[in-house]
Ligand binder design. Sequence first.
Ligand SMILES: [Zn+2]
Length: 222
Amino acid sequence: MKIDEIIRSNRKTFALEIKPGGRLVVRAPGKATAEQIQSVVESKSEWVNHTRARLAKHYPAQDPKTFKPGELFWYLGEQYPLRLTDSHRPPLELDGAFLLSKSAHNRAKEVFIEWYREETRAITQRLINQYAKQNRFKVGQVRITSARTRWGSCSSKNNLNFTYRLCMAPISIVEYVVLHELAHLRMRNHSKAFWASVAVLKPDYKKDKAWLKKNGFLLTLD
Ligand SMILES: [Zn+2]
């Protein structure tokens, strides 16, 4: 049985999770061998298949974007239809609809990614400047990545990374993800103390976390 992601930590037990879309994520003790992980998964294969089938009913498979006019694209929690225009510059603009230059249609996906990347960069940078000032965080560089499963991450050099898909989410979610990573600058784990520090920064973060878990898979071009 194929495993999509293995997350090792200092836990003592194994945990399997099926993500919307059917990805199998295994949380394993740090010292577990590949064989051990595989044999745990094989012993749970019935549960995996059953859970996938159940999820497929709740979360119909997402079709990858085809960039046909009228197709809907996310920005800050709202969906806007795609329209093709004769205008050349810029190749993509949001003005009640996503206006894509006809001359850029053959590279629509790259143009969208670039647009989302710049928006995510601008929004996260603005939030970081605001929070860093209020809370004296020392932030390194901000990088926008193409990560598919992680919304943000924090490097040992205090650089913060966010996926370009982040600006598809409602602003409250973007704020939560930024604050979550800022909180990691001081605590690089997900301990109770870490979550308490997130709660100080954003008291209603639990609803954002739950929203992301439930809806995050919708925010994609793939
Ligand atoms: Zn985290």
